[in-house]
Design a protein around this ligand. Structure first.
Ligand code: EAX
Length: 324
């Protein structure tokens, strides 16, 4: 009898502990390689979450596009086939139109301004639009200011862009920007090294870190520091998955994505000069001071393309940044 009772007690203890220790797996998708900041942010997130959940949440990082391109990842998040991703803002606009607002050309003039908007009320309001698409917008982190590269000719002003075949992110708005600039834009998912090498496209635009980490200097001779669009990344999640979590883990995911984002932005910013130096050493011909006014003049009217949410948030950001 005693023995029997003991067994029952042991069983009950086991049962209760296994209930409290319900475990979760987060499959996190990114399209870039372990060299990139996307990956470093994902790693930081994994470390924080696994430690603070005492191993009850396990994070598996699927990098280098092994679970598809960014549009594929977003679709899998909607279905809970993946639970998280670190995704570039560009292709998110098909799912969450409000995010178009932060990709308006020449919108931000400093990192300080970026942080004030994206980590402030407006940024949070944009992230709060994600659940409408079956997604969770946890936190903004950073890809960086985007710059133009090409293999045809040096670009000093907007007129030099004319007719260049430029790869852009999977976003109708990014296509519109490069049309307005006179280029011949084609949306394609990342990565695009082969297409550049085979001259299917003449050029592309990305932050310096990406240009360096993907060795684009091997296939792109000219770099122009246009800084035309600030490219945010977003820690995006599956709403279906999020809804299954107990409150303390929901909180932990917000906390961990915030910490990982702040860590990644810092790393990214302190390395920016380094990447420019490296690209010079690799022999790229760089215009560090192009005629930005000529670019701005061609894209200013794009505001008229913004309707609904995207327009509302763009106007809010313009109002907030012009005061500064
Ligand atoms: O972050 O698709 C793009 O151009 C992105 O910037 C790319 O994922 C690198």
């Amino acid at each position: 009898m005693r023995r029997y009772l003991l067994l029952v007690v042991v069983f009950l203890v086991f049962l209760s502990s296994s209930v409290f220790a319900k475990t979760y797996v987060i499959n996190l998708g990114i399209v870039t390689t372990p060299k990139t900041f996307h990956y470093k942010a994902a790693m930081k997130f994994k470390q924080i979450v696994e430690k603070e959940s005492k191993g009850n949440i396990k994070v598996i990082i699927h990098h280098s596009g092994s679970v598809g391109n960014e549009t594929d990842i977003l679709q899998q998040l909607q279905m809970n086939a993946l639970q998280m991703g670190v995704i570039t803002a560009g292709p998110i606009d098909k799912f969450v139109p409000a995010i178009k607002a932060i990709e308006f050309p020449f919108l931000f003039s400093s990192y300080k301004q970026v942080d004030e908007i994206l980590d402030g009320k407006i940024g949070r309001a944009i992230l709060n639009e994600f659940p409408k698409a079956g997604l969770i917008g946890y936190h903004f982190l950073e890809n960086g200011f985007r710059n133009l590269t090409n293999s045809v000719r040096p670009v000093h002003s907007a007129k030099d862009v004319k007719g260049l075949k430029i790869r852009v992110m999977n976003s109708q708005f990014q296509v519109a920007i490069w049309r307005a600039l006179g280029a011949n834009p084609t949306p394609m998912p990342w990565p695009i090294y082969t297409q550049l090498a085979q001259h299917v496209i003449d050029g592309q635009e990305n932050p310096l870190a990406v240009i360096y980490q993907y060795k684009l200097y091997e296939v792109q001779k000219y770099l122009t520091l246009t800084r035309h669009v600030y490219s945010a990344l977003v820690f995006v999640g599956s709403k279906k998955f999020y809804d299954t979590l107990p409150a303390q883990y929901k909180k932990l995911l917000f906390k961990a994505t915030k910490e990982a984002s702040i860590y990644e932005r810092h790393l990214n910013r302190t390395k920016a000069e380094f990447f420019l130096e490296q690209l010079k050493k690799k022999g790229m011909i760089i215009d560090e001071h192009p005629d930005i006014a000529s670019f701005k003049a061609k894209v200013a009217s794009l505001k008229s393309l913004f309707k609904g949410d995207a327009r509302k948030y763009l106007d809010m950001i313009l109002a907030a940044t012009s005061k500064k």
